[in-house]
Design a protein around this ligand. Structure first.
Ligand code: GLC
Length: 662
């Protein structure tokens, strides 16, 4: 160990257990290095502590995690992490406070743009890859917010009441998977879980995260998530952030009264010293600012999702094209709050970007009118007039950081009335409407979806979003993203509807039936299913084989063929169904996926490994993940509701390990 705890006084140790300010750790009067923690998942959001007033330094604004997730490509998640790490190294941030892997339990959650999915396996796998990307550059991460922090309403105090099986199978699973990348830190959430604050929940922090999941890094509190520093230390929180005046006296008094022991203090301090040692590694910048921007654009291109494309109206080719809407001149780069990155990059307008790509073939019209997220009547009328003589109208609408943000949830799933009216009004004049939808989570598109020909979901796409949108709309890039959350028909169809708890507690009554698990179980129609995404290419699936490689180890293989004349990429999904179990299980669960690039006419063999955990559920009475003997179906899908191939297998384990009816 580089830093010896024996050189520290008791007071220095106690002061190390809380931050020096909002972003830095204590340094024991200079005996230890300065360590700087900084947001965020979509680019460095670092305060300039030397500046007079709170200023955030500029950095590369990357696509939000909702877009990274929709690429279904672990390499892309690594690229996101590694690219942000470059800005961290340049500006001196040692630990990046990301990624968030909380489950998108309700589309109302204000921070869904910051999270990966409604599915825990996908969230965990993509979160793990992101961590690997950042830490490959010698910068730390903070896997957050541990755990069951699934809405912003009353996030500091409202307890999430979740049964243990649901916790394990849904809300803990992303953390269990992502900790395999050994993030340098994990951040505990604000909320209590089953009545005990995450910052005081020793069962979750120590027994599960440290001992069961094997996490050996530092646990940091979310900012101001610690209510009692002593209980936090005893629950094995290593670092309380930010600085809190009451922390040191509370700890000192508890020590003097014998409530806090030297062993408990030293165990936490050792974790802090270990983190400090990690931060002293060699790091170097390898990407220019332009290369980081290009990485942002690449990720945006890979993650945008073509939701609808009637009459193959896309890609755009020629003619008079009207472009308007609140996000026509600049895409929604990110959601609001601590994950919003300040960039000095100014994108082209979409009209300019499209004109550049279509050239003389097209005439781009961007009617006058003030362009902001609140449309005005001149804006709308000008668009109507222009639409009358146009071939196609591209309307750039969405939510943006004023609607989707940290610290508050959405009031509903609809677009604003003026945006809905803009779409409906233009569609009445010209049926050839293409909507570019800027949102961080699901939108209720029911008022207008049948009135438009195409919808491209752009997500919150970072500084490279505009060029990505233009590349996809003009066919320069073939869209390949797929949804990682269900688009329900309406809010009332979601597991939680408009409910938000009662300010004291929220019961997770739907249990494991979250997202597509819920819509499948209750046979609900959805607008766009989990895993949905169209392409300009066309893919066929064939020849599913299942090879047994061990007691519960299998290799699933199948072929995907691009039967079109367009090069593209397809995300093939592998779902498992437990045909009969002693507990109620979801109809299908995602247990593998692969994004495969296929040239026109090309065919590739896709292979996915399944193991015991692909078949198991968490048994509370047995206190373990349990595989029941019996039949399992393997479903290969282009989405969770577009199953292309199926087969089945039978698992027959030692009966002495079984607890079924017989
Ligand atoms: C915020 C967020 C957390 C962020 C931290 C520092 O409240 O919950 O995600 O990293 O505080 O800004």
């Amino acid at each position: 160990m580089k830093y010896d705890i024996k050189t520290l006084t008791l007071d220095e140790k106690l002061k190390l257990l809380a931050g020096r300010n909002s972003w830095q750790l204590e340094n024991a009067n200079g005996k230890l290095p300065d360590v700087f923690l900084s947001d965020g998942p979509h680019g460095l959001r670092m305060y300039d502590l030397s500046a007079a007033e709170r200023t955030i330094q500029k950095a590369t604004a990357m696509p939000n995690l909702c877009v990274v997730a929709s690429t279904w490509d672990e390499e892309i998640a690594r690229l996101q992490g590694a690219t942000i790490a470059e800005d961290c190294i340049e500006k001196g941030a040692d630990v990046l406070l990301a990624p968030g892997v909380n489950i998108k339990r309700t589309p109302l959650c204000g921070r869904n743009f910051e999270y990966f999915s409604e599915d825990p396996y996908l969230a965990g796998v993509m979160g793990k890859a992101y961590i690997e990307g950042v830490q490959s550059k010698g910068v730390g991460t903070s896997l957050k917010h541990y755990c069951a922090n699934n809405r912003e309403y009353d996030r500091y105090y409202q307890t999430s009441e979740v049964d243990e099986r649901t916790l394990r199978e849904i809300y803990l699973l992303p953390f269990e998977i992502a900790t395999k990348a050994q993030p340098w830190t994990v951040m505990c959430a604000y909320n209590p879980i089953n009545g005990v604050y995450a910052s005081e929940n020793k069962w979750l922090l120590n027994d599960i995260l440290r001992e069961e999941f094997g996490f050996d890094g530092l646990i940091v509190s979310d900012w101001n998530a610690v209510h009692n520093s002593v209980r936090a230390v005893k629950a094995t929180i290593d670092l309380e952030m930010p600085y809190r005046e009451a922390a040191y006296p509370q700890l000192k008094k508890a020590y003097e009264e014998g409530w806090l022991t030297d062993e408990e203090i030293d165990a936490r301090v050792e974790k802090i010293l270990a983190l400090m040692e990690k931060t002293q590694c060699e790091k170097s910048v390898s990407l220019t600012k332009e290369q980081r921007h290009e990485a942002a654009a690449t990720i945006a291109r890979e993650g945008m999702v073509l939701l609808k494309n009637e009459d193959d109206i896309l890609p755009l080719t020629a003619g008079k094209i009207v472009v308007n809407g609140p996000f026509a001149d600049a895409p929604a780069m990110g959601g609001g709050g601590s994950a919003y990155t300040q960039t000095d990059y100014r994108p082209q307008t979409l009209a300019q970007a499209l004109s550049e790509r279509l050239g003389e073939r097209a005439e781009l019209i961007r009617p006058h009118g003030s362009l902001n997220e609140n449309l005005n009547v001149h804006h709308i009328k000008a668009t109507y007039k222009a639409a009358y003589n146009a071939e196609v109208c591209v309307l750039c609408v969405g939510t943006g950081k004023a609607i989707e943000s940290e610290s508050f949830d959405r009031a509903n799933l609809r677009l604003s009335p003026t945006q809905e009216d803009l779409i409906l009004g233009v569609a009445k004049i010209n049926p050839n409407v293409v909507v570019v939808l800027h949102s961080g989570s699901a939108v209720d598109v029911s008022p207008w979806i049948d009135k438009v020909k195409a919808v491209l979901w752009a997500g919150f796409s970072g500084e490279g979003g505009q060029e990505a949108i233009a590349d996809i709309l003009t066919g320069k890039v073939c869209p390949s993203g797929k949804l990682t959350e269900t688009y329900p028909l309406c809010l009332d169809d979601t597991p939680t509807g408009a409910a938000r708890g009662n300010g004291f507690a929220e019961r997770y009554d739907e249990g494991v039936f979250v997202g597509y698990r819920y819509y499948d179980r209750y046979d609900k129609e959805v607008r766009f299913p989990f895993g949905h995404g169209l392409s300009y290419a066309k893919f066929e699936y064939s020849d599913l084989q299942i090879e047994k490689q061990g007691e519960t180890d299998y290799e699933v293989s199948f072929s995907v063929t691009n039967v079109s004349a367009v090069d593209g990429k397809e995300v093939a999904q592998v779902y498992v169904r437990d045909v009969f179990a002693m507990v109620t299980r979801p109809e299908k669960e995602l247990k593998g996926f692969k994004k495969v690039a296929l040239k026109a006419g090309e065919s590739k063999r896709v292979r996915v490994k399944l193991c015991a955990r692909s078949f198991a559920y968490y048994s509370v009475p047995l206190k373990k993940w349990h595989v029941e003997n019996g039949d399992f179906e393997i479903l290969i899908g282009a989405s969770s509701r577009d199953i292309r191939l199926t087969d089945k297998l039978t698992i027959e384990l030692d009966e002495r390990e079984q607890y079924s009816l017989e």
